[in-house]
Write a protein that binds this ligand. Structure first.
Ligand code: ADP
Ligand code: ZN
Ligand code: ZN
Length: 749
């Protein structure tokens, strides 16, 4: 028997199969999906590979034997198929996709090494703290074992010290040497191999559904019964009881002995969320997968699924690759969240994969959101997705009252602080009543922009209608789409005011200001700077809730799905920060974030109040979020997108080039551009192709960055053109330029 093997490598021209002979004694053990070791070329050491097909004969002669095979099956045939499908669609190597599906910790070239099953409390973890490439080159680092370990640590976070000998065959003594030489750090952490070990949760029974919930439930239930691969959009305001619907659907699937995949955004994978599932279904049925677990923990969860013990998988984006058998439903909560799109190779969108699996196994997909992704809602209007609405909050809590404050007015009244008079008074009153407040400021480091403080004017690109980004270094305004640039202005073209400011204030500054204004109030801050270790995100929220801290100040992180009964005031410090990120999705993001953040206020008896501060009170995404009217927002925004050919009416494909040589990058980008231009002319493919331009951030770590933007309907014809282009321009020769292809990227920097 002959096996077709893919070598585990991201080198472009290794993205093909090589035939190997299956030795007689391995015939029983090797299946499609097996992980094997093979001799490759003249390289002495064995290479890792994956069997993607088995056949009787080969057109090649003198085949080498497979050298070793993993005893356990790693992935099954359908997943190999999925990896092939992904590689074609996301323009990467098949092995890049297979790797996502392997059990966590599979990073060494030895086979059959397993993390021991253990439950631990305080453990020692190891991580790298030094870049090693240079030291290897300069022969400062020579020991093969040391290098092997450092490479393994570079690829895996939170590795247990005691797992290292098992995972890498490197002794603990060597780890200690590396610690002494300053390459690794050994640190302690409270950790549990069973992430739920500490949990004693009360069992909950299913609630009696409201009429709207009942209708939604019934529709999906019949799709499950009829093995229909239907898609549903559960469009329900914040607190409308979407989760209860998910719980009952999962129960239904479980009763039939089938499995569920429940995806939630990475950031809302808090114990609070997981508890709701555990208290309904018990720990044994549930596996949780996310990046904050240690490798060993993830490994345990993976096998809990693979062995069929856990039939409910809750996880972030990558949980779609869980080795689930007998799938019954896929649910994607907060489906508008941009963490569902991967920004690393393979640059997949999890919804594509859900659709792929849904079709393959004839199971329904449920997308849930209070502010659906424009593309999902568009598909619902086109009846590709069935729309199910929950219009009322399930526990009869009223939606909060929303007020908008014009910061231009505030400024002309002489208030130069970050807090408007109205918000100041509301905070003061809240403090007096012993109620809690959340202040939200979404500052993205690089999104500085210029605005006229008198009329609210911001510079937009004449070609793209997108806010120009201010580049401090060159004092220029640039469009991130087409590359158009102009000098930064000092006078407003609309009102001639000289009161032009560029913006970039952060949460830290805000906290200082609040502490000065309200010296007696307790505050706590949550942003990437304060959230770094595994639990601290949750710790901050717990502290805020349990210790009744007066004011929580935070970025995006405070927005997602938390439930704080005592929060009655939410202040949005600058609604404009998202409007000016230089992205066609700016309005959509603003609307989503304002609606979500408003949903944090007054979730129980006391009605909540939301104050939105902005320089653009007339901007429609702010106006419609004040009205909490998604449909009005959708209608207006979609007419703009349609006219300017943005998703969902058109897809954006970004070809990103990087190289250390500016000359080569320009040459290759031009070559790709010419290739595509000729191809679309001869094949008559309807696309808009822009010229190669330097990326907005045009150099990172001494590598130049260029890009080509394509607007078109993403489908098989353009996929084929781009794959051929990669083969012709990249796979066959080494031109020291690499290219990534990203379809509808989250950001355009
Ligand atoms: P969403 O997921 O839409 O934000 P949740 O599922 O968190 O909403 O529900 C909000 C609150 O309403 C929760 O406290 C939940 O227990 C409660 N709830 C949901 N459905 C019902 C129901 N049918 N009857 C009573 N309370 C409900
Ligand atoms: Zn102006
Ligand atoms: Zn432009």
């Amino acid at each position: 028997m002959i096996a077709e093997v893919i070598i585990n490598s991201n080198v472009k021209n290794l993205n093909k199969t090589f035939d190997y002979n299956i030795p007689f004694d391995m015939e029983e053990k090797i299946t499609i999906g097996s992980r094997v070791l093979v001799k490759f070329g003249n390289i002495k050491k064995l290479e890792e590979g994956f069997v993607v097909n088995i056949k009787d004969s080969s057109e090649w002669e003198n085949l080498k034997d497979i050298s070793a095979v993993e005893e356990k099956d790693f992935i099954d045939e359908p997943r190999v198929e999925m990896a092939k499908w992904m590689a074609n669609r996301y323009f990467c190597n098949i092995s890049d996709c297979i790797k996502l599906m392997l059990p966590p910790g599979t990073g060494t070239k030895e086979l059959s090494k397993r993390v021991k099953e253990k439950s631990l409390n305080s453990v020692k973890l190891v991580k790298t703290i030094e870049e090693i490439e240079e030291d290897i080159e300069n022969k400062i680092l020579k020991s093969e074992k040391q290098i092997k370990l450092l490479k393994f640590l570079a690829n895996n976070d939170d590795v247990l010290l005691t797992d290292i000998p098992v995972l890498t065959e490197v002794s603990i003594a060597i780890v200690k040497t590396l610690q002494k030489n300053g390459y690794v750090e050994i640190y302690e952490k409270q950790i549990e191999r069973n992430p739920f070990l500490h949990k004693v949760v009360e069992k909950t029974e299913k609630l009696k559904l409201t009429d709207e919930q009942q209708h939604a439930y019934k529709m999906v239930e019949s799709a499950i019964d009829d093995y229909m691969n239907s898609e549903f959009l559960l469009f329900g305001v914040t607190g409308s009881g979407k989760t209860e619907v998910y719980l009952q659907l999962i129960q239904k699937v479980l009763n039939e002995g089938k499995s569920s995949i429940m995806l939630v955004p990475e950031i809302s994978l808090t114990p609070q969320t997981v508890d709701r599932f555990i208290s309904r279904f018990g720990q044994d049925n549930i596996a949780v997968l996310h990046s904050k677990l240690s490798v060993g923990e993830r490994y345990d969860q993976w096998y809990k699924i693979k062995s069929g013990k856990a039939k409910i998988v809750i996880g972030a984006r990558s949980a779609i690759f869980a080795p689930v058998e007998n799938l019954g439903i896929i649910i994607i909560d907060e489906e508008h969240d941009n963490s569902y799109k991967s920004e690393m190779t393979p640059r997949y969108n999890v919804k594509d994969l859900a659709r792929y699996l849904g079709k393959k196994y004839d199971v329904p997909i449920v997308y849930g959101s209070a502010t659906p992704d424009m593309s999902t809602y568009y598909r619902a209007l086109n009846e590709e997705v069935e729309l199910l609405e929950l219009t009322k909050r399930a526990n009869d809590a009223e939606l909060p009252k929303i007020e908008v404050v014009d910061l231009k007015q505030e400024l002309s009244n002489g208030n130069r602080s970050m807090i408007s008079m109205k918000l100041y008074q509301a905070i003061e009153e809240n403090l007096k009543n012993k109620k809690q407040t959340i202040l939200f400021l979404n500052r993205r480091g690089y999104s500085t922009f210029i605005m006229c403080r008198d009329c609210g004017y911001t510079a937009k690109c004449k070609n793209c209608n997108i806010t120009m980004t201010y580049h401090i270094k060159q004092n220029k305004l640039k469009c991130h789409y087409c590359g158009y640039e102009c000098n930064a202005i000092s006078t407003c073209p609309d009102c001639n005011s000289k009161n032009i400011r560029y913006f970039g204030t952060g949460t830290q500054k805000l906290e200082a200001e609040i502490n000065k204004m309200f010296p007696k109030a307790s505050t706590i801050r949550m942003d990437v700077d304060t959230v770094s270790t595994k639990n601290s995100h949750e710790d901050i929220l717990k502290k805020f809730k349990n210790e009744n801290i007066d004011i929580l100040i935070g970025t995006q992180m405070v927005v997602k799905g938390h439930h704080f009964p005592n929060v009655t005031l939410v202040g949005v410090i600058a609604a404009d920060t998202n409007l000016n990120i230089g992205d066609y999705m700016a309005s959509e993001r603003t609307f989503q974030i304002l609606t979500q953040v408003a949903g944090r206020a007054g979730r129980e008896k006391d009605r909540g109040k939301v104050i939105i501060q902005t320089y653009n009170p007339d901007n429609f995404s702010i106006e419609f979020s004040k009205k909490q009217d998604y449909k009005l927002f959708y209608n207006l925004e979609s007419s703009i997108r349609k006219q300017l050919k943005y998703p969902p009416f058109c897809d954006i494909i970004m070809l990103g080039f990087t190289s250390e040589s500016e000359k080569n990058i320009q040459k290759v980008a031009t070559e790709v551009h010419t290739y595509l231009k000729n191809k679309i002319q001869t094949d008559n493919i309807p696309i808009i192709l822009y010229k190669p331009v330097p990326a907005p951030i045009d150099k990172i770590k001494n590598k130049y960055r260029w890009r080509i933007i394509i607007k078109c309907k993403f489908g098989n014809d353009i996929i084929e053109v781009i794959n051929n282009c990669i083969n012709d321009v990249f796979a066959k020769r080494n031109n020291q330029v690499s290219m990534i292809v990203d379809v509808n990227p989250n950001n355009m920097l």
